[in-house]
Design a protein around this ligand. Structure first.
Ligand code: PMP
Ligand code: GLN
Length: 383
């Protein structure tokens, strides 16, 4: 049978690949971004409670009302703005589905989508499967600053969407107030949609602030924000996130969502709604992860790696130039199979494979895991 692939250059994601390699070689897995510690028992009990109570049938297509209400309250608490639970918030199958449904709803064949690289790996396939043309703008170590004059040059009549991600995976950088202002200025009086991936919204460090597009009225009216409970409550396997967008945009996104996933897991939605009632559960995240970041930084300080700045997310980059000159993909394999610590190479997040000899560590791990990994990392010698 002749198959004409819609995604000929897509293989298995680097996260799946490296986690499988870590398992095969019994390496400490600092590659894929997920916690290795248990979740809050209160959250587990809430899920059991709602399963036992019989909340086991289809939820409404848009998400259960009480969860959307609680999300609206959370947005009020964090950004002091009102979002309409029925018209602006949709529960999705993780942020991945929010991103996919948003791209599918608005990208027509030939539309251009500007994005910044290194880019999270789901963006480009979602654009391409819909016939859109990705327009990548590369960012470089150590600061990964946005080249705004280049962005201005890339915007044209075919630009339908700009995808942004702050705090940024994989680099750990965050957008400044002036980045947000530049985006606002460049896109005002256009119909360009901003798709803002803010899954690490609560993970910013050293008193830095997350600048959400939701806080800027002129951006908010044409922005779609993707969020994830997987990141916020350490439950990446639950596959629940949500999407916040103005009513006109939400209407179109729901048309895709309805026939993509239809509805999201009912008892988990009820459990999360209850759990959200206490804001300290998400407001404490930055101090929780900053402590892990600092523990890891201190523990690997004496190694041959050069750590890059990490202002947000639960990832930190490191240059291995002092250890080896091989490619970052070979280096990540070598780390996993020979040194016992699995990591992610950064070149895979660039369309042109830019390789600056940098790998990514995930520090959403038990302190003992981080310390065990750090010991192995300190022992790695220049090759
Ligand atoms: N965007 C970014 C930047 C991510 O790192 C991830 C991975 N967690 C996602 C989106 C997808 O999130 P989810 O697991 O909720 O689908
Ligand atoms: N977001 C996670 C990471 O960056 C992985 C998600 C996935 O495996 N698709 O590691």
């Amino acid at each position: 049978m002749k198959i004409i692939s819609k995604l000929p250059s897509v293989g298995t994601t680097i996260f799946t690949t490296m986690s499988a390699l870590a398992k095969q070689h019994n390496a400490i897995n600092l590659s894929q971004g997920f916690p290795d510690y248990d979740i809050d028992p209160i959250l587990k009990d809430l899920v059991n409670h709602y399963v036992q109570k019989g909340m086991n049938q289809y939820a409404p297509m848009t998400g259960i009302p009480i969860l959307r209400q609680r999300i609206s309250e959370k947005i009020k608490t964090t950004y002091d703005i009102y979002t309409h639970p029925d018209e602006e918030i949709t529960i999705t199958n993780g942020a991945t589905e929010a991103l996919y449904s948003a791209i599918s709803a608005f990208i027509h064949p030939g539309d251009e989508v500007i994005l910044f690289e290194p880019a999270y790996d789901s963006y480009i396939p979602a654009i391409e499967v819909n016939g859109g043309c990705p327009v990548p703008i590369p960012l470089f170590a150590p600061d990964y600053t946005i080249p705004w004059s280049e962005v201005a040059r890339k915007i044209n009549g075919r630009t339908r969407m700009i995808i942004i991600n702050t705090p940024h995976n994989p680099t750990g950088s965050i957008w400044s107030q002036s980045d947000i202002e530049s985006l606002e200025t460049l896109t005002q009086n256009t119909d360009i949609i901003i798709l803002s991936d803010e899954v690490y919204q609560h993970l910013t460090y050293d008193d830095t602030v997350h600048h959400s597009v939701l806080k800027r009225p002129s951006l908010r009216k044409r922005s779609i924000v993707a969020m994830s409970f997987g990141k916020t409550f350490h439950v990446t396997g639950w596959r629940i996130g949500y999407c916040v967008a103005p009513p006109q945009l939400t209407l179109e996104i729901r048309k895709v969502h309805q026939f993509n996933t239809f509805t999201i897991n009912t008892p988990l939605q009820y459990a999360l709604a209850d759990y959200l009632a206490e804001s300290s559960r998400y407001l404490s995240l930055s101090s929780f992860f900053q402590a892990k970041r600092d523990l890891f930084i201190n523990a690997v300080r004496a190694s041959q790696f050069e750590l890059l700045p990490c202002q947000g997310t639960y990832f930190i980059l490191a240059s291995f130039k002092n250890i080896s000159t091989i490619s970052d993909t070979d280096f990540a394999r070598w780390m996993t199979t020979q040194q016992g610590v699995a990591v992610i190479p950064i070149s895979v997040f660039y369309s042109d494979g830019t390789d600056e000899n940098i790998i990514r560590f995930c520090f959403a791990k038990k302190n003992e895991t981080l310390l065990r990994a750090a010991e192995l990392i300190r022992n790695i010698e220049s090759q």
